[in-house]
Write a protein that binds this ligand. Sequence first.
Ligand SMILES: [Zn+2]
Length: 50
Amino acid sequence: MRKEPTVICPVCQDQQPMTRTLTAQSNQNVIFTCARCHETIRNIETNKGE
Ligand SMILES: [Zn+2]
């Protein structure tokens, strides 16, 4: 099983794999869509580093 970076939803605090919740836009913005509460958040901070 691969280790994936995760994102914690700021709304419901659910931890989810980045690959399933983040959509990268062409302008390098990132949109997070929570699979649990379906909240959509733009430019969420991730722990992938700069
Ligand atoms: Zn959520």
